[in-house]
Design a protein around this ligand. Structure first.
Ligand code: MIC
Ligand code: SF4
Length: 741
């Protein structure tokens, strides 16, 4: 690494940030003769590892199976965590998931075994915690088919969320392409204390940068405040960096990382890291004068930062706890009563998080407080759960009647069986320490107002049962009528008696998997082998408008999770949820669009299937940050499968834009944002110069309105030569197959 970093420094011609050191030491080709232009140049990288989770692994592996390779080219693991419903608590829920989803788990297990991937069984833990505990290492580069892969930045990695098709490139032994990121530096001064936690740092950064402010950038945290924080705390900050659209976030190697590596049985990694310490953080000049090296610098004084609550419905709407919330909630009619406090998920489920939240829960018991809301806990891994149980931490929550869910995503991804009829469920507020809080995300109820907070604040607010409770100033009345206050949280960075686990849930693949055959039942409703996409071609004439999406259109709106997760391995079945959450700009309704062939209104997938039957191509139009959120490539593959030719928006979220390209579709942005307003409900579209599709050259589109009037507008794109070839071939996978044939 030292040699590569030194050479890179010579080429860049100045001191390097940590992000640059990791990027330049993971180039696929030799070092360039000129430094890469940030935010401009496409660069081929050679990641060290790949991580897949069950809900995205199915599609990734179905694609990999077509690539014609006997084994994955780099170390890869599959983690079963998303497909486990949270209902009655860990034991029953895990058993049910194993019954209901055995077909998918068995498929993932046998494909992993055949192609040499490590396999983490259902219940073993959530991908990102398991990766942090076992695989992440300082200075490494990893990609994963989940947007929160970025969690591993807590151990000084550059870890990036991608769609399955990107992972397939690397599994197949090819380079992985990324536009060289811009760099945002966040200088943390002061110290966290009292009720303020690492979560509040990222809640604050989300407020500053908004859900799209990090797009195309790596966020590098540094300064005395960074060094004083635990490794898992750093992981929390990096994890939720996905919510600002950042490519990833990272921290320089320090003592907290060394402590974590040693505590998780990786003395060898810690020793190796110590030998190249200076290369695992930025050069000293960079942190001394960050303005000269980063594209943007943000300062946060941790000593002045207080606890925050972000939400509802978007992770960047930030409110300090207490009276600010009283005002805001009243003005916006957010329900003040809090019904659930949920702690855990892939972020904030470390031993430290659980111990600190338990210290608050313990006070409720000691001070004879009756908790007003219900508690749900999702430990991040079996190792954390086992250790927390051994140390009495889970017992504290159980004494408060908390439900301990499986070590899995559960309530975080609509896998929370909270209501029998979520669509008609009542308006309510919940607080959780998860990452995302889009509408319907947790429980399918559009009226659930979800607020994101640290585990400590989540615990305090759940006990108080009020959204505007401020534990720093407010008292609570206990069962004996006395006024009591909650003391500041306390906890352990790492378990004093060390981590322990009986069965961590890991299965090694066999050495030679060539004899293993993968069976997919043709009758299955959950798994379907893929058929290659036909190229869309250069002749897009008379394409119809499928939907003009209004406002926020995340991947949850394009391909909802929750009940639909069961079809993640069956493209045609999951296509029945395509864009059903997107708001139609013309009537502000969801899943209600005009079928231009009949003039009647219907659901988006149904109307689209009519166009497909008639052999008519369609267009989707969208607003800013279209495709925000998840890495799920289903959000691109489904429209592609149904016959959508192009998605034209004001701006894209990074992973989704790449996913569209990979699947051989057109992802375009309005050259003039206001042209979004030109698009009318009955429009059809002619692409005037698609036969001249070339890097850097805008395309011209003619919108023909129902009165015969026409508007011609320009759209931009970011396709390079190789990506244009994906479009010509029908998909990136078609190209891989051709090259391997
Ligand atoms: C999420 O948090 O939205 C998910 C579910 O983990 C997704 C992946 C998926 O949709 O399977 C993500 O963040 O990428
Ligand atoms: Fe799972 Fe939620 Fe984390 Fe996504 S954000 S990986 S759904 S726990």
């Amino acid at each position: 690494m030292g040699e590569r970093v030194n050479k890179a420094r010579n080429i860049v011609g100045k001191p390097l940030t940590l992000s640059e050191k990791i990027l330049y030491s993971h180039l696929w080709d030799d070092l360039p003769s000129q430094p890469y232009k940030r935010g401009k140049d496409y660069v081929d990288f050679a990641p060290d590892r790949i991580a897949l989770q069950d809900a995205t692994a199915q599609m990734a592996l179905l694609q990999f199976m077509q690539a014609g390779k006997p084994k994955v080219a780099v170390p890869t693991t599959t983690h079963c965590d998303h497909l486990i419903q949270a209902k009655q608590g860990a034991e029953k829920d895990l058993k049910r998931a194993n019954d209901v989803s055995s077909e998918v788990f068995d498929f993932l297990e046998s494909v992993s075994n055949k192609y040499g991937l490590g396999f983490w069984k259902p219940g073993a833990g959530i991908i990102h915690q398991v990766v942090l505990e076992n695989y992440a290492f300082p200075g490494g580069m990893m990609i994963g088919t989940d947007s929160h892969t970025v969690n591993a930045g807590g151990l000084g990695m550059v870890a990036i969320g991608v769609g399955g098709a990107d992972a397939v490139d690397v599994m197949a032994g090819m380079a992985w392409e990324l536009k060289f990121p811009k760099l945002i530096g966040v200088r943390l001064t002061g110290n966290l204390s009292g009720w303020t936690a690492p979560k509040d740092v990222i809640l604050k950064v989300a407020e500053i940068l908004t859900v799209k402010g990090g797009t195309g950038a790596i966020v590098e945290y540094f300064g005395p405040g960074a060094i004083s924080m635990s490794c898992t705390g750093k992981g929390t900050i990096c994890n939720m960096g996905a919510e600002i659209g950042a490519t990833t976030s990272t921290f320089g190697y320090d003592d907290s990382m060394e402590r974590y590596l040693r505590a998780t049985d990786r003395e060898d990694v810690a020793d190796a890291a110590n030998k190249v310490k200076e290369h695992l953080t930025a050069d000293p000049e960079v942190y001394a004068n960050p303005e000269q090296y980063f594209d943007q610098v943000i300062d946060i004084n941790l000593s002045e930062l207080g606890p925050l609550l972000n939400g509802p419905f978007t992770p960047d709407l930030s409110t300090p706890v207490g009276k600010n919330m009283t005002e805001k909630a009243s003005a916006n009619e957010w329900p003040m009563k809090v019904e659930w406090g949920l702690i855990g998920s892939c972020t904030n489920s470390s031993y430290e998080d659980l111990s600190r939240a338990a210290s608050i829960a313990q006070q409720a018991l000691d001070k004879k407080l009756k908790t007003k809301a219900e508690f749900g806990i999702n430990p991040g891994s079996e190792q954390v759960r086992y250790t927390a149980e051994r140390d009495g931490i889970l017992q504290v929550f159980e004494d408060l009647d908390a439900t301990i869910f499986t070590n899995a995503c559960g309530p975080c991804i609509g896998q929370w069986a909270r209501y029998s009829d979520p669509k008609n469920a009542p308006k309510n507020s919940i607080v959780h320490s998860f990452n995302r809080n889009f509408a319907k995300r947790a429980d399918g109820n559009p009226n659930t107002h979800a607020f994101v907070a640290s585990p400590e604040i989540t615990a305090a607010i759940a006990i108080a049962g009020r959204l505007d409770f401020n534990p720093l100033t407010d008292t609570l009345v206990n069962e004996e009528g006395q006024e009591v206050m909650l003391d500041e949280p306390t906890g352990w960075e790492l378990p004093p008696k060390g981590f322990e686990v009986k069965d961590n849930g890991y299965l090694d693949p066999v050495e030679d998997g060539s004899g293993i055959t993968i069976k997919v039942n043709p009758e299955s409703e959950r798994l379907e082998l893929l058929t290659p996409f036909e190229p869309i071609g250069n002749e897009i004439k008379g394409a119809r408008l499928l939907i003009k999406a209004f406002g926020k259109c995340t991947t949850d709106h394009i391909s909802m999770a929750g009940p639909w997760l069961r079809f993640r391995g069956h493209l045609d079945n999951i296509a029945n949820n395509t864009l059903i959450g997107a708001v139609n700009a013309f009537n502000k309704k969801t899943n209600f669009v005009k079928n231009q062939l009949t003039g009647e209104y219907g659901g988006v997938p149904d109307v689209q299937r009519e166009y497909k039957k008639a052999g008519i191509k369609t267009i989707v139009v969208g607003d800013h940050n279209y495709g925000e959120g998840s890495s799920r490539e289903h959000a691109a593959m489904q429209p592609r499968h149904l016959g959508v030719a192009a998605v034209i928006v004001k701006s894209f979220a990074r992973i989704h834009e790449t996913n569209l390209k990979k699947q051989g579709m057109l992802g375009l942005t309005f050259a003039n944002e206001d042209d979004y307003d030109l698009i009318q409900e009955d429009d059809s579209f002619n692409f005037l110069d698609l036969n001249e599709f070339a890097p850097g050259k805008p395309l011209t589109i003619e919108a023909v309105h129902s009165d015969g009037n026409k508007d011609v507008f320009k759209v931009n794109h970011t396709y390079n030569d190789a990506q244009i070839e994906w479009f010509s071939e029908g998909s990136a996978l078609n190209l891989i197959k051709k090259e391997n044939a």
